[in-house]
Ligand binder design. Structure first.
Ligand SMILES: [Zn+2]
Ligand SMILES: [Zn+2]
Length: 317
């Protein structure tokens, strides 16, 4: 990573990939403590390179939107705070000098999307500001999270809690409906309901006026209305698609996520200007797969690459 990339963008919005890995993360703990013969190349390599220089070191999928408004004021919006959220803050918030989080959006309530909620207190505005962080989620997601983190929705805080050592959030209910947009920290988002397994709906989000971006981290099938909304909705083609590609092999994900061939089929149908893939398990060797994707992109006329943790994409929102 070049030094210049980490300079804070004073007057431009950016996306920062806080995590691009599957639920268990990469390297897989199992590959390191019970190595196969021959050992898993991606996981064994992860011990030889520092995470900063290793695109095969992946935390749970999460995206930070650094939203620069017309008055050059920055707002920081995070999509999902999974099991590895604390590590992601230590690595990327410090690297890119991100001072706080202003809003959180949840795609669904699985562990790799919500288990970092308890660490939100360390990224909220400093303790003299006691207002809770707005957290956008569906009612089902909220109900499930509140069962696991009852203190997050506590109305009355003790003096110790007010000093900022306990996370407190301001729940904002959103709907499973592309036609019900909402605004978070000044940026408008359209919920994108997608199947994450045939009996479960997760959300992606579409955002950006100048640059139209769709983020879908957990999907096994697009309902036709959602796919239409992403590709043709709001009268504009998609500039950037960020899409799940959990496993390389078909059925390697028990049909709760896209595998690589399904992801590429979806990219061809949606036909965005550019696609970055996320949610990869340890079967993806970053440089090798990206070389293959360069050839594929040339052949298909649409640009696709794997994202990696810490990747920063400046853009106009
Ligand atoms: Zn492995
Ligand atoms: Zn999930």
């Amino acid at each position: 990573m070049e030094k210049g990339e980490r300079a804070a963008s004073v007057d431009q919005s950016a996306l920062i990939f806080l995590g691009t890995g599957c639920s268990s993360g990469v390297p897989s703990g199992r590959c390191l403590i019970q190595p196969s013969d021959p050992p898993c190349l991606v996981c064994s390599m992860s011990l030889k390179l520092p995470p900063l220089n290793n695109p095969n070191y992946r935390c749970n999928t999460s995206l930070l939107i650094d939203y620069c408004q017309i008055n050059n004021e920055h707002n920081y919006i995070v999509i999902d705070v999974g099991k590895s959220f604390r590590e992601q803050v230590l690595r990327w918030f410090t690297f890119y000098k991100i001072p706080r989080v202003d809003s959180v959006l949840l795609t669904h309530e699985h562990a790799d999307a919500v288990l970092g909620l308890d660490d939100l207190h360390c990224v909220k505005q400093f303790h003299h500001d006691v207002s809770p962080i707005p957290l956008y989620a569906t009612q089902d997601c909220l109900d499930s999270v509140v069962l696991r983190f009852p203190h997050l929705s506590k109305k009355e805080l003790t003096k110790h809690e007010v000093t900022g050592e306990v996370a407190q959030v301001d729940w904002r209910i959103i709907e499973n409906d592309c036609e019900k947009p909402f605004s978070a920290s000044g940026l408008q988002f359209y919920p994108l309901p997608v199947m994450h397994g045939e009996d479960y709906v997760a959300l992606g989000f579409l955002f950006g006026d100048k640059c139209k971006v769709a983020y879908i981290s957990d999907v096994s099938r697009f309902p036709s209305s959602t796919e239409y909304f992403i590709s043709k909705g709001r009268g504009r083609e998609l500039d950037l698609l960020i899409l799940d590609t959990n496993s390389i092999i078909v059925n390697g994900n028990r049909n709760t996520h896209f595998c690589f061939p399904e992801t590429l089929e979806a990219v061809k149908r949606i036909s965005p200007k550019r696609t970055l893939l996320t949610g990869m398990n340890h079967a993806y060797d970053h440089h090798k797969i990206n070389e293959y994707l360069l050839e594929w992109s040339e052949r298909e006329g649409t640009f696709v690459q794997l994202a990696h943790d810490g990747l920063k994409i400046p853009l106009e929102l």
